[in-house]
Design a binder for this molecule. Structure first.
Ligand code: HEM
Length: 347
């Protein structure tokens, strides 16, 4: 687990701060309802109205405090929510700790989850402890994560939206289920579309949810081949701005670099949840190949153009898509789920 030390990302921001780009675009539809809307009917905004009416305030007091002392908690938690939902559904299974001595590792210890930042887990642990103190045994870890992710989107400057609640925590958490359910930095657009479709999400949802990369950071290893040996050509990716390439190469040497160094996804406004991500893609300033490809593929590039020119449209679509993502395979009954007191341990 690594935290962007101020020196690592400051190197980037100082080199890249001159990148300020504007963009234009075309038409595109907001996220359409899919099969996840069936579960939609079963969750509700006021699910805890009687059992824990203050749950949102309690979680909010922790998220706002965490955001002040450690702003990376924002991207960390939003990514945590994404990984939780894509593996076994939005059921808090990402928080389960592996049993000491057991050969079967839990989700969070899978290779693809190793870079999930500690700050995300810590914030949810604190929020859960606070909620348990006021409403013991009532609110699921899965719902606390959904609320916290929304809070951080808003705290970072993004849209505020209502969170539907009523998820139960899942009983299964296995590292072996992670690899095939999480997209990779070098996934093709085809692979991304297939994976998102398998979760009931559309190609529009893919483009819109990828906009979460308007904040946060990635480690050098995630984009190193783009810089030095793109698709075995021994050349950099031709679809990367030469100034960004230079800056990234300075911090991420081909061999022997510091494994903790990270670069911001959004080189123009790395801490602001805005729509700059899409304009950056149009200007070849995407960090991962999977991001950059969205502005090149004929199935997604018009949406990128569209979102780049309209922040309001992005915000609306993002709120809808987050709600859809938050409905993936939710558990709604005791026989499928539990309400854990400690998110890291089964009941
Ligand atoms: C579409 C396919 C996606 C791919 C291939 C992808 C891949 C990645 C990778 C490789 C990282 C960097 C990890 C690291 O080096 O520490 C990352 C970070 C991040 N991802 Fe994604 N991601 C995708 C979609 C999403 C979605 C749908 C969301 C949320 C809705 C999301 C939210 C984030 C955030 C906020 C970060 C920054 C985390 C931090 O700074 O701690 N990503 N992603």
């Amino acid at each position: 687990m690594s935290v962007p030390s101020s020196s690592s990302w400051f190197l980037f921001t100082s080199l890249l701060v001159f990148f300020l780009f504007m963009m234009d675009s075309d038409s595109f539809c907001l996220a359409k309802p899919t099969n996840t809307t069936r579960q939609n009917r079963q969750l509700s905004v006021d699910y805890y109205a009687k059992s824990c009416p203050q749950v949102e305030q309690l979680v909010g007091s922790v998220t706002s405090q965490q955001f002040k002392v450690s702003p990376v908690s924002g991207p960390a938690t939003i990514r945590l929510f994404f990984h939780d939902c894509f593996i076994e559904g939005c059921d808090g299974s990402i928080f389960i700790a592996s049993k000491p001595g057991s050969k079967v590792l839990a989700e969070k210890d899978a290779e693809d989850n190793k870079d999930l930042r500690m700050e995300g887990f810590e914030g949810i642990r604190k929020a859960k402890a606070l909620v348990e103190g006021k409403c013991p045994g009532v609110v699921s870890c899965a719902d606390i994560l959904a609320i916290a992710a929304r809070d951080y989107v808003h705290l970072a400057g993004g849209p505020y939206y209502q969170v539907k609640k009523g998820r139960w925590d899942g009983k299964i958490s296995m590292a072996s289920r992670v690899g095939s359910n999480i997209p990779r930095a070098n996934s093709t657009v085809d692979q991304l579309i297939k994976l998102f479709n398998s979760k009931g999400l559309t190609v529009e949802d893919l483009v819109v949810l990828s906009g979460a990369h308007t904040i946060g950071f990635a480690h050098c290893k995630q984009f190193l081949t783009r810089l030095y040996n793109f698709r075995n050509t021994n050349q950099p990716d031709p679809n990367i701005d030469p100034r960004l390439l230079k800056a990234l190469k300075m911090s991420c040497p081909h061999y022997g670099g510091n494994l903790d160094i990270v670069a911001p996804f959004d080189v123009t406004t790395p801490f602001l949840f805005d729509h700059a991500y899409y304009g950056n893609l149009q200007n070849k300033l995407g960090l991962l190949a999977s991001d950059q490809d969205l502005s090149l593929d004929p199935r997604t590039k018009n949406m990128v153009q569209d979102l780049a020119k309209d922040k309001h449209k992005f915000f609306q679509a993002f709120a809808v898509a987050m709600e859809k993502m938050g409905l993936i395979d939710v558990k709604r009954e005791r026989k499928h789920g539990e309400k854990r007191k400690d998110c890291s341990m089964h009941m």
